[in-house]
Design a protein. Structure first.
Length: 597
């Protein structure tokens, strides 16, 4: 319950005075600001003063460099500590703010009438969540909130162009949102490409095969329709059986009210993995996330992720996370649903758990430039915390090449990719979180032999520097470019992605009771994650640790077990931001756990 002004006045005068003393004499100073609303957004009206905002306050993590060092060591196969992942308690100790920060932020909140019972703290105390009316938020942050609308979609959010804090607080608060963030969190712009509801005719003779990258024979029908059987054939896992009892778990995340329909899942199992029929997964609601079981509520993305992810790994237990909280909202109806971009909610929940799935797939993201750098950094740090605990965090890389190639296939890149800072500077548009150096990003391929899918996303981060684990691969790739190629359109010193790729076209799913073919890197992420889960299954059954953060392993030795995908359709030059050496395909038999990896 929000403490009212009257309640504040009832507090002992000495306590209020003591709370105010640390802020006496300190001027309000701008903490974050933007030049104006990003392209496409316009100011609609003042925000209603009584509308409730859920503010998330990120407190500094002074020990994060130590956490990052642990991550590099436990993720490097050549290091003596490889696989020695940290516990929840050890990780939280490295995420915790300084005690002084906790004290001074609490005093500031109390000064504005917020008692301890009004404050929600994360398990590591590094996030503080409060619910306050717009009027009080404006006073606390010395700002004015407005309703902003998106001209093309009609979406509405309550945001501000800048906010200020007492200068003494600046070293004790990393960021407060929602304030200046206009992220349009989404399933990738065209991540789920509908093909059609009718399977394409297959001219392959009955029983004919195609030679896969490892010399194995793959059913020729897999060149027109991808099934669980096709993926197991292609990636050499036909005879591998997972365990249901060794502690291995596969995680799938969902946002934007995406629901996984259980009747569709069972129909999928009957069609593609009859042994799994009748099995289910564990559903976890985060921040009010739902899993509506009406056919009308079925989500194409959620159905795809759960059907192929859980179908490939059965009987490995599966966890399906549905995270609630999404803009847009309808300000005219005064709905209290104008919340933050949801990664922080999911991270806050999952990091508070004693046990976490060892491999987790996500197929949702934002344009990196639409997420404030401060917020992206904190979310990326959360991904590092998962990695140091032994979790492989995997994201699909997006479906617009290095920009909006799917939306504007006939336009040159220079006419479709712009900065959103008002200057409209031509630039490629990396995606976040795939651009985070602590996750593994998965691009898409098509056909057997495999070539890059003509929508597969890739590029270079403008926020995160290139991590050392990919120096050799990226520098070698950059050396292949003609001098001046795409000059000024990308940050050659940024974190490059994707890291790997897998099949991403003509996946046969069940949607609202019908067989449907879909495509996109949303297909690739759960596929690759499922095979990582199989590797974790083998390791755990052998008494070893899970793989955890994959990239140091992939770039040092793991790439030798991957198939080079260097073919790119000539008409899709925009896709060449995907590094040939890195666009590998997992081959389960050759990546099978050894004494070292």
């Amino acid at each position: 319950m929000l403490t009212t002004r009257l309640a504040l006045l009832s507090l002992p005068f000495a306590a209020v005075l003591a709370s105010a003393i640390p802020f006496k004499g300190f001027q309000q100073k701008v903490k974050e600001s933007i030049h104006g609303p990003p392209s496409g957004w316009y100011k609609h009206a003042p925000a209603p003063k009584h509308h409730m905002l859920e503010l998330k306050i990120a407190l500094p993590q002074p020990k994060f460099p130590a956490l990052e060092q642990h991550l590099w060591e436990v993720s490097d196969p050549s290091h003596a500590r490889y696989g020695a992942h940290l516990s929840k308690q050890e990780t939280e100790a490295l995420m915790a703010p300084h005690p002084e920060t906790l004290g001074i932020v609490s005093e500031w909140l109390a000064l504005h009438g917020l008692a301890e019972e009004d404050v929600i703290r994360s398990s590591a105390n590094d996030w503080v969540t409060i619910r306050v009316p717009v009027g009080l938020a404006e006073e606390m942050l010395t700002t004015e909130y407005h309703v902003y609308k998106h001209a093309q979609t009609g979406e509405s959010v309550i945001r501000t162009m800048s906010y200020s804090l007492p200068e003494i607080l600046h070293d004790h608060v990393d960021l407060i949102q929602p304030t200046t963030m206009f992220a349009r969190f989404k399933v990738f712009k065209s991540t789920l490409h509908w093909t059609n509801h009718v399977q394409p005719a297959d001219s392959s003779p009955s029983g004919s095969t195609i030679t896969g990258p490892a010399g194995n024979q793959v059913d020729a029908r897999c060149n027109t329709t991808i099934t669980i059987s096709c993926l197991r054939q292609l990636y050499n896992a036909v005879d591998y059986n997972t365990s249901a009892t060794n502690g291995n778990v596969l995680g799938i995340t969902a946002y934007l009210n995406q629901s996984a329909n259980n009747m569709d899942l069972q129909q999928f199992y009957q069609l593609q993995n009859p042994s799994a029929y009748g099995s289910n997964y564990t559903f976890v609601s985060v921040n009010g996330g739902e899993n509506n079981q009406t056919y009308e509520a079925a989500g194409e993305e959620a159905n795809l992720d759960t059907q192929f992810g859980f179908g490939l790994t059965w009987p490995t237990p599966g966890t399906f996370y549905s995270t609630g909280g999404e803009p847009p909202f309808d300000p005219d109806l005064l709905e209290e649903s104008d919340e933050n971009e949801p990664y922080s909610y999911w991270l806050e929940y999952v990091l508070s758990q004693d046990t976490i799935p060892q491999s987790i797939s996500t197929s949702y993201s934002d344009d990196e430039q639409s997420v404030p750098r401060s917020y992206a950094t904190r979310v990326c740090n959360g991904m590092a915390a998962l990695g140091v605990r032994g979790v492989s965090v995997i994201f699909s890389s997006g479906d617009g090449g290095v920009g909006d190639g799917v939306a504007y296939p006939d336009k040159p890149l220079e006419h479709q990719c712009y900065s959103n800072d008002g200057l409209k500077t031509p630039m490629f548009l990396p995606m976040f979180p795939p651009s985070c150096p602590y996750v593994t990003a998965v691009g898409g391929t098509i056909n057997i032999p495999e070539t890059a899918a003509n929508f597969s996303g890739g590029g270079f981060s403008n926020y995160f520097c290139r991590p050392s684990y990919q120096d050799d691969a990226v520098l070698a790739y950059l050396a292949t470019l003609a001098p001046g190629t795409y000059k000024g359109l990308y940050n050659s010193t940024g974190r490059a992605y994707p890291d790997v790729s897998s099949q991403a076209v003509n996946f046969l799913i069940i949607y609202q009771g019908q067989e449907t073919l879909v495509a996109g890197t949303s297909c690739a992420a759960p596929t690759f994650t499922a095979f990582v889960s199989m590797l974790n299954d083998a390791r755990l059954s052998a008494g070893k640790s899970p793989l955890g953060f994959l990239n140091p392993f992939l770039y040092s030795t793991g790439y030798t077990a991957l198939n080079d995908v260097t073919g790119v359709p000539t008409q899709d030059v925009r896709l060449r931001a995907s590094m040939p050496r890195l666009d590998g395909i997992l081959s389960l038999d050759t990546v099978h756990p050894t004494s070292k990896s």
